[in-house]
Design a protein around this ligand. Structure first.
Ligand SMILES: CC(C)(COP(=O)(O)OP(=O)(O)OC[C@H]1O[C@@H](n2cnc3c(N)ncnc32)[C@H](O)[C@@H]1OP(=O)(O)O)[C@@H](O)C(=O)NCCC(=O)NCCS
Length: 127
C-alpha cells in the first residue's frame, strides 16, 4: 500500500472529516484506562480519546489498548489519532506505537488558538 504523503499543510478536507458527527463510536476498556474509537469510513478508524489513569501509566496499558483496537479493525486499513501539539507525551506514545505524524492542523480546536498533530498508522505496520 502506498503510504500517505507526509506534509505539514493541513487539508480542509481532513479537518472537515474530523468534524463530522459522531457515528459508530466504540469503547475499549481495561482496568485503569479506556480508548474511544470511531469508524470514519470502510478503511479508516479514528481514535477519539485514549486515557490511562495517572497511577497506571508507563505499564503498557495504552499500548495494550491500541493492540486490542488493531485486532478489531474489521477491514479498515488505517487508524488516525489527533492530539494537541503541546501534548508531547501523547506524541511520544503514538510514535513509539508505530504511528507517524502526517499533518499539523493549525488552530484546530474551537478556541482557534491551539494546533493539533494528526498521526496515522496502517494496519500492517508503520506508515
Ligand atoms: C498517552 C497515554 C494514554 C499513554 O498511556 P500509557 O499506558 O502510559 O502508555 P504505555 O505504557 O503503553 O507506553 C508505551 C510507550 O509510549 C511512550 N510513552 C508513554 N508515556 C510516556 C511519557 N510520559 N514520556 C515519554 N514516553 C512515553 C514510551 O515509549 C512507552 O514505552 P516504554 O514505557 O517501554 O518506554 C497516557 O499517558 C495518558 O492517558 N495521558 C493523558 C491522556 C492523553 O494525553 N491522551 C492522549 C489524547 S490524544
Amino acid at each position: 500500500m502506498k503510504p500517505p504523503k507526509k506534509h505539514h499543510d493541513p487539508s480542509i478536507v481532513v479537518v472537515g472529516k474530523v468534524a463530522d458527527s459522531m457515528l459508530d463510536v466504540n469503547r475499549i476498556t481495561v482496568d485503569g484506562g479506556f480508548l474511544i474509537w470511531e469508524r470514519r469510513d470502510d478503511k479508516t478508524v479514528e481514535i477519539r480519546d485514549i486515557h490511562v489513569d495517572s497511577e497506571f501509566r508507563r505499564r503498557g496499558l495504552g499500548r495494550k489498548m491500541l493492540e486490542l483496537l488493531f485486532r478489531q479493525l474489521d477491514g479498515a486499513t488505517r487508524v488516525w489519532a489527533i492530539t494537541r501539539a503541546e501534548n508531547l507525551v501523547a506524541q511520544q506514545f503514538y510514535e513509539k506505537c508505530q504511528f507517524r505524524d502526517v499533518s499539523i492542523l493549525r488552530r484546530f480546536y474551537n478556541d482557534k488558538t491551539l494546533d493539533a498533530i494528526m498521526f496515522v498508522r496502517c494496519a500492517g505496520g508503520p506508515v
